[in-house]
Design a protein around this ligand. Structure first.
Ligand SMILES: Nc1ncnc2c1ncn2[C@@H]1O[C@H](COP(=O)(O)OP(=O)(O)OP(=O)(O)O)[C@@H](O)[C@H]1O
Length: 749
């Protein structure tokens, strides 16, 4: 599964000396069609695809489709976390006895693993035979963390949509169903995990979908979802795709999974509003199924979900064994604090009591919004409350049960608050899903994020405890563990960059989290320092899964407009649609460099400038060092040929000028992460086993990581001096870029 690690930097160092490559391509610039199709940016672009799913989901009275995390995610083994650490030290990786204790920085691991390293969990305490063991077979079943359960409804087939539409008027006025039936469908077929080297062509253009559909039915009765097992033949489900037009063929004959366009008419949601959204109305991406998330009740009762279900499986092979289909009835409870629809006293919504900073945090979402869709053939009385969401969310607690303390940050698709659980006093982070831009329903990005985060359970991935709803039941909050910092804001407040041993500690945790994602067939697609949270226990956690998505084998084309510009891999910048885990690894290279230097490595303002900055530092790639480079859609101009890799100058082995020092091993890892050819780029698993983590200075133990004052009451974003461009912001420059590229732009000699 892993990409070959043939190394990249040596090639990079001497790149450009080899053969001249024909750079002028058949295509003219980044194809206009691509940008137009991408509309308002990756998130908006992707969001549209799920809106229909969401509509379908929300409209489905009492039917929740759920996915089986066992099938989708099963088999992951994390390196023992802090909570796991007491179980079996022998199963943790231990350091090789390579250094004297005297060489340690405070908090570093002893090479014999005799001190805090034992409890460091994610740190690079490795057994000498860890290479043989790999990184994913270290936990006993008892140590393996349980998966969580997602309440989110993902996909539905036409018939169910139509049925829901037909019965809509009845359903809208129907009482809340006491025993909803959970139905899950549209799973991807079990697939072997592709390696980075496995570049498969796009699916055949016959519209064949690799998904199977699995209906999991669990009857909710007496407040419990009882599980059972049922094998469901894949053929059954593939039949249900008949009639689905789920892919669009482009003029190039390519098929993009992200572009599925439904033929069906989709009911508008009550949030349907403006005409700003791209014309993706009715789009349904049946492939938007997440990698086997299990359901998790969104209520606090979800925490009482039977622990015997949702166990992560052992061994990578098992992890990939996604073919098992089971029907599970999970324990749940009906919501006992259900909020009446007429309630309009949500302090999070109004901000009356909570907007201590005086900021307006919400735009009221009124019932009259649905009046914006007088032509909707489906909408019923616009004054009707969002009954469908009521049904989906009826198990959720109300956000009223939290006291808002302050706004932490406001991102593109969510506002994050620090809040306190009134019952327990626990400080949490509440991410409110922004709805105001949605005209078709619940945002795709948010559904994906909720689904992934509820189904994943890993010490390096931010924990979403539950989902709560606003009093109007049309706003949703993710309740997350509160993390004092994000690395972006933190570094901006630091006078000195992290030390090497601290960077190692952070990178190990980051790599573990990314390995977990990739092992579970998920690409994050927006790894950057502001999406890496750090608490004052030295724990790093990945957040913001709004752009994350499942991938599979064979690879399918997705939009290349993902990943914040500074962290975006060259293949994406050059328009590649078939991409895989390597894009996340490139981001990790950028992050590693930023952690070492406290400055972003490539801080371009446009895609063209971004490429230029990369080429200036790493050398201009060519067909020799990156086979297939010349065929990429964006490679159509004569790039300025920078012959040498200058990265070492930025990170010398020794420095008297204040440049961040990096050992040869560290430089090797950085180069492997920043290798041009995605097939040669190092994988998370390989990186975890890199020599850099075993040499002095050893990774600092989490317990000895420096602590920083938590600016809990401050909005992090306003404190940020520099902010990397968001993919959305790039859209505004698209037209200019088009002209730049077609004219040769910065790359013309
Ligand atoms: N669990 C958490 N604890 C503390 N702070 C958090 C938490 N989750 C997110 N944040 C803060 O909120 C910021 C925005 O969160 P997030 O990235 O999830 O939202 P977003 O709307 O997707 O943002 P963006 O537009 O940057 O992608 C983060 O950079 C971080 O500073």
């Amino acid at each position: 599964m892993a990409a070959g690690k043939r190394g990249g930097y040596r090639e990079n160092e001497y790149m450009g000396c080899e053969s001249e490559v024909e750079m002028l391509k058949k295509e003219n610039g980044f194809r206009r069609g691509d940008y137009e199709r991408d509309g308002n940016g990756a998130r908006d672009y992707e969001r549209g695809h799920l809106q229909a799913q969401d509509r379908a989901s929300l409209e489905d009275m009492g039917k929740l489709r759920q996915k089986d995390a066992t099938e989708m995610n099963g088999g992951y083994h994390s390196i023992s976390s802090r909570s796991d650490s007491g179980s079996s030290g022998g199963e943790r990786r231990k350091c090789e006895p390579a250094v004297l204790a005297v060489d340690r920085e405070p908090g570093e691991l002893y090479s014999d693993g005799s001190d805090e390293a034992d409890d460091s969990g994610m740190l690079a305490s490795r057994e000498t035979d860890s290479k043989n063991m790999g990184t994913s077979s270290l936990l006993s079943p008892q140590q393996t963390r349980k998966r969580k359960f997602s309440p989110i409804v993902w996909d539905r087939d036409d018939r169910e949509i139509n049925a829901a539409i037909k019965s809509r008027s009845t359903l809208d006025t129907a009482p809340i169903i006491e025993s909803p039936e959970l139905v899950m469908s549209h799973y991807q077929s079990p697939q072997p995990k592709p390696s980075n080297n496995e570049k498969t062509s796009a699916p055949a253009d016959d519209g064949e979908i690799n998904d199977t559909e699995i209906n999991l039915k669990a009857s909710l009765s007496g407040g419990e979802l009882r599980s059972a097992t049922a094998e469901v033949p894949a053929e059954t489900y593939s039949l249900q795709h008949e009639g689905d037009q789920r892919v669009n063929s482009t003029e190039m004959g390519e098929v993009y999974e992200d572009d599925y366009a439904p033929t069906r008419t989709i009911v508008s949601s009550r949030w349907a509003s403006d005409a700003e959204s791209p014309s993706d109305e009715g789009e349904i991406s049946d492939n938007e199924s997440m990698p086997k998330p299990r359901s998790k009740s969104c209520s606090e009762h979800s925490k009482s979900i039977s622990p015997e279900i949702g166990q992560a499986r052992q061994g990578s092979e098992t992890a990939r064994g996604r073919s098992s289909r089971s029907e599970e009835r999970v324990r749940s409870s009906s919501r006992d604090s259900y909020q009446d629809n007429d309630d309009n006293n949500d302090p999070m919504e109004t901000g009356d009591d909570y907007n201590r900073d005086g900021s307006s945090i919400n735009e009221p979402e009124t019932e009259s919004e649905s009046e914006d869709y007088p032509d909707s053939p489906i909408l019923t009385d616009p004054a009707q409350p969002p009954q469908r969401s009521v049904n989906m969310l009826q198990g959720c607690r109300s956000v009223d049960e939290f006291e808002r303390l302050n706004k932490i940050d406001e991102g593109t698709y969510g506002v994050v608050f620090r809040a306190k659980d009134k019952k327990t006093g626990e400080i949490v982070a509440l991410k409110k899903v922004k709805m105001e831009k949605e005209r078709e329903g619940f945002p795709l990005t948010s559904l994906r994020e909720i689904n992934i985060l509820l189904s994943f359970d890993h010490p390096s991935i931010v924990d979403v405890k539950e989902v709560v709803v606003g009093s109007n039941l049309d706003s949703i909050f993710m309740v997350m563990e509160y993390m004092e910092h994000d690395l972006k804001a933190l570094m901006e407040s630091m006078k000195q960059p992290f030390s090497q041993s601290e960077v190692k500690c952070l990178m190990l945790q980051l790599l573990e989290g990314v390995k977990y994602l990739h092992d579970n067939w998920v690409l994050h697609r927006d790894l950057k320092t502001s999406n890496l949270l750090l608490n004052n226990r030295g724990e790093l956690k990945i957040c913001d899964f709004g752009l994350a998505r499942q991938y599979g084998s064979p690879l399918k084309p997705y939009t290349h407009l993902v990943v914040t510009l500074w962290y975006r891999a060259p293949e994406l910048l050059l328009g590649a649609k078939l991409y895989s885990t390597a894009i996340d690894m490139w981001s990790l290279g950028c992050i590693m460099a930023e952690l070492l230097s406290k400055e972003p490595l490539f801080n371009g303002k446009t895609e063209v400038e971004q490429l230029d900055k990369i080429f200036r530092i790493l050398g201009t790639p060519n067909e020799t060092i990156w086979p297939g480079f010349s065929e990429l859609p964006g490679v159509k101009v004569n790039f300025v040929k920078h012959k040498y890799n200058q990265l070492r100058r930025k990170f010398p082995a020794t420095s008297f000028t204040g440049s961040p020092v990096l050992s040869d091993a560290g430089f090797d890892l950085l180069n492997r992460l920043l290798t041009y050819d995605p097939d040669k780029r190092i994988t998370a698993e390989e990186a975890l086993d890199h020599e850099w983590f075993r040499e002095v200075p050893l990774p600092k133990s989490k317990e000895f990581m420096p602590t920083f004052p938590a600016h809990g009451a401050q909005d992090r974003r306003t404190r940020r001096v520099m902010k990397s461009p968001d993919p959305l912001e790039e859209q505004r420059r698209k037209e200019l870029q088009q002209g730049e590229i077609s004219n040769g732009g910065l790359f013309c000699q």
